[in-house]
Design a protein around this ligand. Structure first.
Ligand SMILES: Nc1ncnc2c1ncn2[C@@H]1O[C@H](COP(=O)(O)OP(=O)(O)OP(=O)(O)O)[C@@H](O)[C@H]1O
Ligand SMILES: N[C@@H](CCO)C(=O)O
Length: 326
């Protein structure tokens, strides 16, 4: 359960006095997520999410994340909105953490997504890329290729505790990606963490996207690679090409990939798999015993790195186009 910072009822009531949300009737910690502390609030006016921003969120980046949610919502994308305080600010402080109250998005995330859901996610991702155009703030991707080596250096010495041989394999993978990382692909605002637990559905209809706290400016196709990794593999580690085809064709029904993006997809997928491997490995090794969070398995992403390493052409992902075999 991701509640790193606890709150008291008295502090919460004082904090909520700055918002137009009515009186608090109940609240509870949310047993999901690994990054921030989240609470579900019920008040006399409705339901809200309270988020306390934790370790990986730099307070200076919060105006980017919160402003982006407004920008996307104004352009018709379904996502939660941070509520303004009486002083007009979107952020306050609670239990010593930056904190925001966010509108509650109806829906559930899918534990077992199918191909039709992958198609919906592809469409929503491309729509987000288009809706993000014109957003004036910028934020570099701290977890792209330049950020991987410092992350790796924190866990490298203990990597073989998780699996023998890991230290050498990841060192070689990282060096390869640093040397071959693509340049000059189309860029824009990306979500960067659009896993199934960040996409809500009502029945089979996608109802919205949440958790914009890794959003940044980077290659648009990198975002698609994150989704290929998080939506199109089965629990046994196998790639599901039907889901891959659905995701890619859903994306391309809204925004067509350029030939360069198609050619770069295997590398981007490798890089994205390494990024999640590295943050998971770090958390696996460094999260103190007893923390109220379910740690995620880094080895799931080692399997994906190996899969992408063997890919020769994006056609193998199910991208049915001439350029895919270029
Ligand atoms: N706006 C919202 N409306 C409804 N539920 C929400 C909303 N925001 C968060 N939640 C609930 O809180 C859970 C955790 O939220 P979120 O994914 O933002 O946390 P996180 O710690 O940043 O997670 P992650 O591990 O995905 O980075 C979600 O799975 C969902 O159940
Ligand atoms: N979506 C990430 C957690 C948030 O960074 C993962 O599954 O590793």
């Amino acid at each position: 359960m991701a509640v790193y910072t606890d709150i008291t009822e008295d502090d919460l009531i004082r904090f909520l006095a700055a918002y137009d949300v009515g009186a608090l009737t109940s609240y509870k910690g949310i047993a999901e997520g690994v990054e921030n502390s989240n609470f579900l609030l019920h008040t006399t006016k409705g339901s809200y999410i309270l988020t306390l921003y934790e370790k990986r969120v730099n307070a200076e980046d919060l105006p980017f994340f919160l402003g982006l949610m407004h920008h996307l919502a104004e352009r018709g994308l379904s996502c939660p909105l941070p509520l303004p305080r009486a002083d007009g600010k979107l952020l306050g402080t609670l239990s010593g953490r930056p904190a925001a109250v966010i509108t509650f998005l109806e829906g559930m995330w899918l534990r077992k997504p199918e191909a039709q859901h992958c198609r919906e996610v592809g469409r929503a991702l491309a729509s987000m890329h288009i809706a993000g155009e014109g957003f004036p703030l910028k934020r570099a991707n701290a977890l792209s290729v330049a950020g991987w080596r410092p992350l790796w250096q924190n866990s490298e010495a203990r990597a073989d505790e998780v699996q023998s041989g890991l230290k050498d394999e990841i060192a070689a993978e990282l060096a390869y990606l640093e040397d071959h990382w693509p340049k000059g692909l189309p860029e824009g605002v990306i979500h960067a963490d659009l896993f199934p637990d960040n996409v809500f559905f009502l029945g089979d209809r996608l109802s919205g996207l949440i958790d914009f706290y890794f959003a940044c400016n980077d290659f648009l196709a990198y975002d698609l690679a994150v989704c290929l990794n998080s939506w199109c593999f089965e629990k046994d580690g196998s790639y599901n090409i039907t889901k891959g085809m659905a995701l890619l064709s859903g994306y391309e029904s809204v925004r067509r990939l350029t030939a360069d993006e198609v050619a770069a997809l295997p590398l981007l997928a490798r890089g994205s798999a390494l990024r999640f491997f590295l943050t998971r490995l770090y958390d696996w090794l460094m999260t103190p015993a007893g923390a109220l969070v379910v740690k995620k398995d880094p080895l799931e992403y080692l399997t994906k790195i190996r899969f992408h390493r063997a890919i020769v052409s994006s056609a193998e992902y199910g991208l049915r186009r001439e350029e895919a075999s270029a």
